[in-house]
Design a protein around this ligand. Structure first.
Ligand SMILES: O=C(O)COP(=O)(O)O
Ligand SMILES: [Mg+2]
Length: 232
């Protein structure tokens, strides 16, 4: 398919790209999932006799996959690293039960996905979240139908910010990286996109390891996904 017909001022730099597809991140881009992380970590830590972790810590630590989040959390609350295996088993059990119950789709996401599809773009969801968490979350939030493929952080040998997951996702879609837009909320997404040769647009509202997202190089930064393309 050809490029979308019109672009907003904030994404005018996308105009010459002749996009064929978009790869969309999940946590912090489509769904505000901090509540789910806080609750699942709290249940896990409680089971291990450890104190709960505060929301601000989760917000600046999320983004590099659940294993990384759990290891950092154990260290943060003074838990022994030897507890990791038990903590990981408990965390997965708790997360799957509460998945989506303390999360909300960001404003403009459904409209933005509809516009991308209407513009003829193929869509993939690529997250560092385990695939077994990502699929039920997308389904619970009514977002699963927009994506041809969904890949989690365990789908490939390395996670974002490594370019491998983006290159593999382009391969699955059959699109060239230069014609495949990455849409994300963090430096991980941007670095992976730059290394893979994909253009990238970042959202202003997600989680970027406690750092201002506008400091991260990207083609554009938008406040809502439905500002990305203009459907007219
Ligand atoms: O689970 C995480 O670390 C977040 O994943 P995502 O931002 O790549 O969706
Ligand atoms: Mg994210």
């Amino acid at each position: 398919m050809t490029a979308p017909t019109a672009l907003t001022a904030s994404s005018a730099s996308l105009a010459p790209l002749n996009l064929q597809a978009a790869i969309v991140d999940l946590d912090g881009t489509m769904v505000d999932t901090i509540g789910d992380f806080v609750v699942a970590l709290g249940l896990t830590l409680g089971e291990l006799g450890l104190p709960a972790v505060e929301r601000a810590f989760v917000e600046r630590t999320v983004g590099k996959g659940s294993e990384h989040l759990l290891r950092c959390t154990l260290a943060h609350v003074g838990g022994d690293a030897a507890l990791y295996d038990a903590a990981w088993a408990a965390y997965q059990r708790h997360y799957l039960v509460i998945n989506g119950q303390h999360s909300a789709v960001y404003p403009g996401v459904v409209e933005g996905l509809q516009q991308l599809r209407a513009a003829g773009l193929r869509l993939a969801c690529l997250t560092n979240k385990p695939t077994a968490f990502a699929r039920p979350l997308l389904a619970a939030k009514g977002l699963d139908g927009y994506f041809e493929v969904v890949f989690g952080g365990d789908a490939f040998a390395r996670k974002k910010p490594d370019p491998l997951p983006l290159l593999e996702t382009c391969r699955a879609l059959g699109t060239a990286p230069a014609a495949t837009l990455m849409v994300g909320d963090s430096r991980n997404d941007a670095e992976a996109a730059h290394a893979a040769g994909c253009p990238v647009v970042l959202v202003s509202y997600g989680y970027n390891h406690g750092e201002p997202i506008r400091d991260v190089p990207a083609q554009a930064c938008v406040d809502r996904l439905d500002e990305l393309l203009r459907s007219s």
